[in-house]
Design a binder for this molecule. Sequence first.
Ligand code: C5P
Length: 236
Amino acid sequence: MEREPIVALDFPTWEISKSFLEKFETPLFVKVGMELYLQNGPVIIEELKKMEHRIFLDLKLHDIPNTVGRAMKGLAQLEIDMINVHAAGGMEMMERAMEGLVQGTPAGKERARLISVTQLTSTSEHQMKREQLITVPLMDSVLHYAKITKEAGLDGVVCSPHEASAIKDVCGDDFLRVTPGIRLKGDSAQDQNRIASPSEARTFGSSAIVVGRSITGAAEPAESYRKVKMEWEGQV
Ligand code: C5P
């Protein structure tokens, strides 16, 4: 289990991200998504690394195998800790992503964990059936994507906390279940469909939690982070 909650830096600029991070006394494990990365570029990663934060680069790559492999090789040079692709890109794409990641990781450095997105947590079963023409239940689709992700040699998946235990049963405990959709009790669900508290995520079998607005939108982010961490570690 990853002890530190992964904090989603869902901000548009580096200035806002930096003033948010200044509220914390110790380095965090942060998630940089498309919003921040695409508007500010790789320099963001260099800055975060200088501040000793660990980084999950949540770019959800999805393209032809060659393109994703080459992109991954370049991104590996940033020495991030975790990165992801869409499982819907296929096994060959995932295999080439892993090859690129291995090739691009500087000698003597640890390779980033590579995980996949199965079905986005924002996708409903109705939408999946209507738009993707997948006729099996959503959970079967998620489990199938998790299985092919494992077969392709990746380290785990991003999934809902409510899917974590089924994925653990099918793919084993070593296969990571990184779960967003986390809310402290009393916080609003906002646009997330199936939320869980940090302690529920732990009992449901998450191996890492990603927390955004419960921390970034709190009046006292450092205090909310401490609460999330304590619950996640089972100290409350
Ligand atoms: O604010 P909140 O805690 O809902 O943020 C969750 C974070 O996790 C966001 O950055 C969101 O993009 C991301 N995420 C998600 N569901 C996924 C993959 C990523 O909510 N399946």
